[in-house]
Write a new protein. Structure first.
Ligand code: SF4
Length: 620
């Protein structure tokens, strides 16, 4: 153990090919530089992932990483970061999930688990008391991500057991397969489930019986209980999320133009939004709160109405938007059933909505016919089509085989359809239309892990939740042009720091400002880091991620481009008539980052202590 608190200083490295488990020690300097979670994963991938390796081959690493926050019993710490090279974008990827895996993995005595190589037959990895072992999972292969949790729990037991598993989509290497924790937390984005499936790993199981070290336990708990928690509980956002859940965002976002409608080609959908959003969502489904470990907000939902799926987490905002409004589906039951199927098969609902948006539009325009779809009519608003196509994709049945490859493969097969493939870097744009909040063009297009609202949520600044500690105290007008590229870059760095802690950024909207996320880290670790230094650590991660992306073949001129659909303004609605100045914003982003055409300058890399990245890009 190195640091005074927050870490064990130990990574379990599982070589699946040789069936060997070893333990890598990390020292305090490493911890201070890379923090944990996304930062730790970025550094390990940089050190170990060779150029042009196959993300679905044994050279990829799948890293489940905690940060210092998972050592503390505090709200927002119920998260974990998975880091890998994406089989969808073919470059750096991270995915953050709730549930219980983060804190329990830490309590199992390691800071991270690295899955390397490929097992010759299905296995699962078990961690307890600082030791990991590889176990046979042949009996579980073929189960969905709910069945496997029940089966492993029954076979293994353990009071503090957490099970993170893939379903059939991961086994079938669907390029946007997800990894599901304890039936309701999901590592959704970027295809981590396919990477896990490619390694023949069905599940990561941890039993948490140890108490992680905290540098200033009394100081932390006093500050948390007497200062932070009362503030959190008072926040309007906490109340809305607790009482109504994430789907409460659907109706207001339809009004302000952020909600994706008809594959981002629609302007308004007032009645539909009311049918799938709150209050109807809650009246029909009678959901109960379902929280990640230690969370006081509990934004996940357990549906209780008879006749609806109740075992997995109900749809959240992104899901309701991407497989609801984006496909004009106002049939709440279809959305709930498809969401449950995704949780069971392990499919990213955001990517599913993006891919089906393309398929529905291609069908409408005659590029896909009933013959291509095995007789399924891909009509806007068809809940039946949504459910049937979800099954086809999970099992790569018929056209599901093409759709399982992602949007770029669809466009390679049907080049005339490029205009309505709403993707950047090969990955679908999430449910945050940047034409309504201009700064989001950075997260939606230039996120360094592929389009992502969890990798630079600068919309916060436009909503009035700001970063005074970093010199940005004032809210920004959502349609203003100046400083949008700059704030997009700043939020990416801030978000990378958060994803390294690892922390739920919903609490940023609940009176937990950036400076306090740093303060809590200092109480956990015994450090004295300032907010500016914390942001700098995020900047270091962002730059190394981009260097890794370049190693993997990312071409900023091809990949950091706004999808054609989003270049045209909405005709009406909350963002009607607003033309997204995307080229200007991207240029400003590069300038802020001191990057030339998307490539970090040598000077910047050296400044950040990334001499090896500078050498790889510039040769010296
Ligand atoms: S707010 Fe939601 S996502 Fe965040 S920790 Fe709580 S339940 Fe999990």
């Amino acid at each position: 153990m190195n640091a005074k608190g927050g870490y064990w200083g130990k990574i379990a490295w599982i070589n699946l090919t040789s069936k060997k488990v070893s333990y890598v020690e990390i020292d305090e300097e490493f911890e201070k530089t890379w923090i944990g979670g996304a930062g730790l994963g970025t550094k390990l991938l940089w050190d170990h992932y060779p150029a042009w390796a196959d993300p679905l081959g044994p050279r990829n690493l799948l890293i489940f990483a905690t940060g210092p926050y998972q050592a503390a019993p505090i709200a927002g710490a119920g998260r974990c970061t998975a880091v890998f090279i994406s089989p969808l974008t073919m470059h750096y990827a991270e995915s953050i999930a709730g549930g219980h895996i983060g804190p329990i993995l830490k309590q199992a005595g390691v800071d991270a688990v690295v899955l390397a190589g490929k097992a010759s037959k299905p296995v699962y990895v078990y961690v307890e008391e600082g030791k990991a072992e590889i176990r046979d999972a042949s009996a579980y292969w073929g189960m969905d991500a709910v069945e496997v949790v029940d089966a492993i729990k029954k076979d293994v037991g353990g009071r503090r057991l957490t099970i993170t598993a893939i379903g059939q989509a991961g086994e079938n290497l669907v390029r946007y397969a997800a990894i599901v924790n304890d039936k309701h937390g999901v590592f959704g984005r970027c295809g981590g489930g396919a990477v896990m499936g490619s390694k023949n790993v069905k599940a990561l199981v941890a039993n948490g019986t140890m108490t992680p070290p905290l540098a200033d336990r009394d100081g932390l708990l006093k500050y948390y209980r007497e200062d932070l928690l009362p503030r959190i509980n008072k926040a309007e956002f906490t109340k809305i999320n607790a009482e109504l859940g994430q789907v409460a965002a659907v109706v207001p976002r339809e009004e302000n133009g952020l909600l994706p409608i008809k594959n981002f080609g629609g302007d308004e959908w007032e009645e539909g939004a009311k049918l799938i959003g709150t209050p109807r969502f809650n009246e029909v489904l009678k959901p109960k709160r379902w929280a990640c470990e230690y969370c006081v907000m509990g934004c996940h939902r357990k549906i209780t109405t008879e006749g609806y799926p109740q075992e997995t987490g109900g749809p959240e905002y992104e899901t309701a938007a991407m497989i609801g409004s984006n496909l004009l589906i106002d049939d709440l039951k279809a959305v709930v059933v498809a969401n449950d199927l995704c949780n069971r098969y392990g499919i990213d609902t955001i990517e599913l909505g993006g891919v089906l948006g393309w398929a529905f539009e291609s069908y409408e325009k005659g590029y896909l016919t009933k013959e291509d779809t095995d007789g399924i009519e891909l009509k806007w608003g068809s809940g039946e089509a949504l459910i049937e196509m979800t099954k086809k994709i999970a099992f790569r049945d018929g056209i599901g085989d093409l759709l399982a490859e992602g949007l770029r493969s669809c466009v390679w097969k049907y080049p005339e359809t490029k205009e309505w493939a709403v993707e950047a870097q090969g990955m679908a744009v999430p449910a945050h239309d940047p034409r309504a909040f201009f700064s989001m063009v950075i997260a939606d297009t230039l996120s360094l892990r592929g389009p992502s609202h969890c990798h630079g949520f600068s919309e916060a600044q436009e909503l009035g939740v700001t970063l005074p500690e970093l010199g940005y105290p004032e809210p920004m007008d959502r349609f203003a042009i100046e400083k949008k590229g700059e704030i997009g870059a700043v939020y990416q760095d801030v978000h990378e720091f958060w994803n390294s802690l690892v922390w739920c950024f919903f609490y940023f909207f609940s009176n937990w400002p950036f400076g306090d996320t740093v303060k809590v880290m200092n109480l956990i670790t015994g450090w004295d880091m300032s907010p500016v230094e914390a942001k700098l650590s995020g900047e270091r991660m962002s730059n190394l991620q981009q260097a890794l992306n370049l190693r993997c073949g990312l071409d900023p001129k091809r990949d950091f481009v706004v999808p054609e659909r989003l270049r045209k303004p909405h005709k009406k609605g909350g963002a009607g008539g607003k033309v997204l100045p995307w080229e200007y914003i991207i240029e400003e982003y590069y300038k802020t980052r001191e990057w030339k055409d998307g490539i970090p300058t040598r000077k910047k890399l050296i400044e950040l202590g990334l001499a090896d990245a500078a050498k790889e890009i510039y040769g010296y």
